[in-house]
Design a protein around this ligand. Structure first.
Ligand code: SIN
Length: 515
């Protein structure tokens, strides 16, 4: 594996920027970690998008936590384990569920506009795999947007936090004492900057764009995960890719498929085929609210049986007033494409949605590299096991984002940092923009065909070889623009997915091998 994507002369052309903590990514995990660090620490948030470009921003469902007297930590823990097909790490799940409520209270204190009833209590939703209502939401189905927006506002008001939008993290540098900085590419002019710090938090989100059909935004290509791996972090559970059962079939919006939240089924909507038959009955004790991997496979099996290309979500038991108030974003998008809910059933198909694998971390988001932390979707804390329970992802961002800030505060380091060396680039290879785009397309097709929700051994073996050939081709590529860097990162992650999928012999959770 190449260690560094870019070490050319532009690296030291601009004066390095010195910080106490550098956070890559501006989703909920990164912002929340920043806000939980002491105000005397100088923090840089380096992010490839604007504030609305993260996966967090798109999240609809909500944040799961034990918030009612009839719920218990044990029940939330059991639901998490059941969804995760038993592969979750017990200690991490305990931390997740037990610290959930206090983090929700913190968000309330910071005025995240959750939805409340007229008594002032949080309105709680339900999603697949949850035995009861425990999901706090905001803006009906816009929890991610409302939470990210508010945390972003707070971060922008802080004097100790500088946010560098549209700066793409390229590499993470290390010296004999651990991490010491990152390089970042400024989109508007191609300038490269070095950010020096003894604490780096990678909170760059998921990998969805490695697949052809995904709910993830265009930037979700796994670049933080790849940079962490090149810096020596361990990647874990890389075969565990989650497919959401219900994305709108009407086509892509800004390169991603529109999600129809599981919370819609939580309010009683049912899956049916083109003939109007409700096919989830009898397939699982929780029927339409079974864990995501199971519902996804049932839909795909049903489509194979009927020869249809889509299933439908029947919301006809809800009134138009209720649906549009509870799910304003989904209602508006359906209207935009001519689907009038609840009179019309919503046409859906499964698509890639979340990545359970990622950078292996401990209970404080710490990685194998001293000073390097990972939180949010980029990390593998062990809480999701083989299949994430719905609405546990934003919860994980909060719980481990705060723990990461606590760990940095307690183990704060200031040892001096030397500038990284600039290297020769004489033997590197250049590719045209067209070739890079074509290879990206080919990679997405291979990964989708060979490492989807239902896998086959021969296809996985062929897929691994195709990915390895592309990886080899780009091993010495000159990476001076974002598409090239993204492709190199996507190849690294795809290769890890392929190898992990082939190595795991049994079907478990999201890793389902038909033969
Ligand atoms: C959804 O609203 O269905 C997605 C929420 C999640 O991914 O947890």
């Amino acid at each position: 594996m190449r260690r560094i994507l870019y070490r050319g002369e532009k690296l030291l052309q601009n004066p390095p920027k010195e910080y106490d903590v550098v956070i890559a990514g501006s989703g909920i995990a990164g912002l929340y970690a920043a806000l939980n660090l002491p105000e005397d620490k100088k923090i840089a948030i380096v992010t490839k998008t604007e504030i609305d470009g993260s996966n967090s921003w798109m999240a609809q469902g909500g944040i799961a936590a034990v918030l009612t007297p009839e719920d218990t930590y044990l029940m939330h823990e059991e639901d998490t384990f059941t969804a995760g097909a038993g592969l979750c790490k017990k200690e991490a799940v305990q931390v997740l569920v037990e610290e959930g409520p206090e983090n929700i209270r913190q968000l309330e204190k910071w005025q995240v506009p959750f939805d409340y009833n007229e008594d002032g209590d949080l309105i709680l939703g339900r999603e697949g795999g949850h035995r009861l209502r425990r999901i706090a939401h905001a803006g009906g189905d816009a929890t991610g947007r409302e939470t990210t927006k508010r945390l972003g506002q707070l971060a922008m008001q802080k004097k100790n936090i500088d946010i560098y939008f549209k700066h793409y993290m390229i590499d993470i540098f290390t010296d004999e004492n651990g991490v010491c900085g990152i390089s970042a590419f400024r989109e508007k002019d191609g300038e490269i900057f070095l950010f020096l710090a003894r604490h780096i938090i990678v909170a760059t989100g998921g990998i969805g764009q490695i697949y052809r059909h995904t709910t993830n935004p265009l930037g979700a290509v796994g670049d933080g995960m790849a940079a962490a791996a090149r810096a020596g972090a361990v990647l874990e559970n890389m075969e565990m890719v989650q497919f959401h059962p219900t994305t709108l079939t009407a086509g892509e919006v800004d390169g991603r498929l529109f999600l129809i939240s599981e919370a819609v089924r939580g309010e009683g909507a049912k899956l049916k085929n083109g003939k109007g038959e409700y096919f989830m009955q009898g397939k699982h004790p929780m029927a339409d609210l079974a864990p995501r991997d199971i519902v996804t496979r049932c839909i795909l099996k049903e489509l194979r049986r009927t020869g249809e290309d889509r299933a439908y979500l029947d919301c006809s038991h809800m009134t138009r007033e209720f649906f549009s108030a509870r799910f304003p974003t989904i209602f508006a998008q359906c209207e935009r494409v001519g689907i009038h809910v609840p009179e019309d059933a919503i046409p859906i198909h499964p698509a890639q949605h979340y990545f359970m694998g990622g950078v292996q971390t401990g209970l404080f988001a710490e990685t194998a590299v001293p000073g390097l932390y990972a939180c949010g979707e980029v990390s593998c804390t062990g809480v999701h096991g083989a299949n994430r329970l719905a609405s546990n992802s934003m919860l994980e961002c909060l719980v481990f984002g705060r723990r990461c800030a606590q760990h940095i505060t307690k183990h704060f380091r200031t040892d001096p940092i030397a500038l990284p060396a600039v290297a020769e680039s004489a033997h590197e290879i250049k590719f045209s923009a067209e070739e890079v785009a074509a290879d990206r397309k080919a990679l997405r097709k291979t990964v989708s065909d060979c490492f989807g929700p239902v896998r086959h051994r021969a296809e996985m073996a062929a897929g691994e070889q195709q990915i390895a050939a592309l990886l080899q081709k780009y091993e010495n590529a000159v990476c001076e623009n974002v598409p090239e860097m993204e492709l190199c990162n996507m190849l690294l992650i795809a290769d890890k997915i392929a190898k992990a999928a082939i190595a795991r012999k049994e079907s478990v959770g999201a890793h389902y091998v038909e033969d």
